[in-house]
Design a protein around this ligand. Sequence first.
Ligand code: NAD
Ligand code: IPM
Ligand code: MN
Length: 348
Amino acid sequence: MAKRIALIPGDGIGPEVIAAARRALEAAAPGALEFTALDWGAERYLREGRGMPGDGLETLRQHDALLLGAVGDPRVPDNRHAVEILLGTRFGLDLYVNFRPVRPLAERLCPLREIPGASLDFVVIRENTEGPYVGMGGNYQAGTAQEVATEIDLNTRRGVERVLRFGFELARSRPRRRLHMADKSNAMPHAGGLWQRVFAELKPQYAEVAAAHLYVDAMAYQMVRDPRQFDVIVTNNLFGDILTDLAAALQGGLGMAASANFNPGRPPALFEPVHGSAPALAGKDQANPMGAMLSAALMLDHLGLTAEAGRIETAVAAALAARECTADVGGTLGTAAATEAILRRLRS
Ligand code: NAD
Ligand code: IPM
Ligand code: MN
C-alpha cells in the first residue's frame, strides 16, 4: 500500500523547494507514495483569518508522514499563521523530538579552516513541545513606558525526561556513543536544575554512553572551535533552535539542513528543511532545494524506505561533487536546473 504523504509547501521559497522534493521522492520511490497538497500558509491567513482549517490536525492524522516547506510572510503580523501551523502541528501532534542531523555532504561545505567536512557527523535533538515556545505570558500596560512583558519558559519532568531518554537511546545506538546535554542552569536554576537532575538520573542507566554537560554558551563556542567532538546533543527548544542554525552553517548553510519532528512510534511525523521562507529569494529560482530533498530522504528512512532514502542522499552528494548546484553551495545553477541535476542522477 502506498504511504500517504501530506505536503504543506507554505510560503516564500517553500513551494519551490517542496515541488523539487516531491519530484525527488517520485523518482527515488516510484509508486510508493501518494500525495495530498494542503494550501496552508500566509495567503490563506490573509484571506480567511486562519492559516489552516480548524480540523487541520485531523487531516494530518490521516497521513503516514508530513512534509513542510516553510511558513513565514512579512505581510502577516508576528507571523502568527506560522505559529498556528508549525508550532500547532509540533505541539498538537506531540512531536517532542526535533531531530536535526549535521553531516556535510561535500568537504568544501564546512567553512571551518582545518576541519574537513567528512569528519563531522552529529545530531542535535531539540526538545520540541515546551520551553518558551508554549506561548504562556503576557503584556501589562502595553504601549506605555511602564510596559511589562513575560514569556514563560515551561519545562515539565515528563517532557525533559522523555527527550533526554530518547537522546541516550540514540547515542547508545551510534558507534561513538557520546551525548552532550546543554542548558543554562548557572543562570536559570529552576528549569536548568530540572534538566540537570533528570540528566544525572539517566546517566547511570546508560553506562555505555559517555555523557557530558556543557552550558549552552560554551557549547556554541565548542561547536565553532571543534565540532568533531559532538555525536548526540540534547537541549531545550530555544537553545536547539539557535544551535541548529549555527550547525547548519557547518554543513553548507541553511539551504542544506534537514530535520524531522516526531513522537517515536506514533505517526505521523513531520519533515522540513531547517530554513525559513527566505522572502528575498522567493520566486527567483535561487533557493537551494537540497535541504528539502534531504528532509524528504529522512522521511523515506522513517517510513522504512531506507534504500530509497539513500538514493536521494547519494544523488545530492553527486550533484554537489560536480558543482551542479545553487550559488549558496558553490554552484551557478538556479533551483530548477539544480533539481534536474539531482533527478537525472536518480533516474540513471
Ligand atoms: P531564512 O531561513 O528564511 O533565511 C535566512 C538566510 O538563509 C537568508 O539569507 C536566506 O536567503 C538563506 N536561505 C534560507 N533558505 C535557503 C535556501 N533554501 N537556499 C539558499 N539560501 C537560503 O530565515 P529568516 O530570514 O530568519 O526567516 C524568514 C521567514 O521564515 C520568517 O518569517 C521566519 O519566521 C520564517 N521561518 C520559518 C521556518 C519554518 O517554517 N520552519 C524556519 C525558519 C524561519
Ligand atoms: C525552526 C524555525 C521555527 C522555530 C520558527 C519559524 C517558529 O526557526 O523550525 O527552526 O523557532 O522552531
Ligand atoms: Mn530556527
